[in-house]
Design a protein around this ligand. Structure first.
Ligand SMILES: O=C(O)CCC(=O)C(=O)O
Ligand SMILES: [Mn+2]
Length: 190
């Protein structure tokens, strides 16, 4: 695996192009999407993307006030997990799936810092479909410029060490993309 260190200050981000074959259609075929809403300023909206949560039986994860319990691995999601565990020498027990139907679907700035993820989580993020921009912003030091990483189809991005303490990340809206994107973030939930 040929990986590139993209960020190495207050946390680490590694990126690998062409990590995996294009499995977008094969993955999507078997996914049951959730139907969660988000509440902001007292109003309820559908989430601005589709989501699903798979993994070992009975694993719970709460984010943005949404409580999720795993659906058990599809064979393909499990196979990818096994490969990532071998390549990254770490364990995963669940995967959050995000499907951005078009350029309007997005995810706002946040850190993956829920306590169930442990102190310095290693999160492995796979992308399929259209290229979208992954923005990073330092939480405390405004003199550090934001970073933008173009997440290409079949790439692997790994976030690790103290990254979630110090950096926010997002997938912003784009009027330039035409087509969907699938993202899988493999995680270990304690
Ligand atoms: O779609 C992505 O690349 C990022 C997803 C993400 O940040 C998350 O699921 O927490
Ligand atoms: Mn995230």
């Amino acid at each position: 695996m040929k990986s590139q260190i993209i960020l190495n200050h207050d946390g680490v981000i590694e990126y690998s192009d062409n990590y995996i074959e294009d499995l977008m259609e094969d993955i999507i075929r078997d996914i049951s999407w959730r139907n969660d809403s988000i509440t902001m300023f007292g109003k309820t909206y559908p989430q601005p993307r589709q989501t699903a949560w798979y993994g070992d039986a009975g694993i719970e994860y709460q984010y943005s006030k949404i409580k999720m319990i795993t659906i058990e691995w599809t064979p393909l999601l499990k196979k990818i997990k096994d490969q990532l565990e071998q390549d990254l020498e770490t364990k995963f027990n669940s995967v959050l799936i995000n499907y951005y139907r078009d350029g309007q679907d997005h995810m706002s700035f946040h850190s993956d810092n829920e306590k169930e993820l442990g102190n310095n989580p290693t999160i492995a993020s796979l992308s399929f479909g259209v290229t979208r921009k992954f923005h990073l912003k330092h939480r405390f030091d405004s003199s550090i410029p934001n970073k933008i990483i173009e997440l290409k189809s079949k790439s692997l991005l790994v976030m690790k060490n103290e990254l979630q303490h110090f950096w926010l990340h997002k997938i912003s809206k784009s009027t330039k993309v035409s087509g969907p994107r699938l993202n899988l973030t493999y995680r270990y939930i304690y």
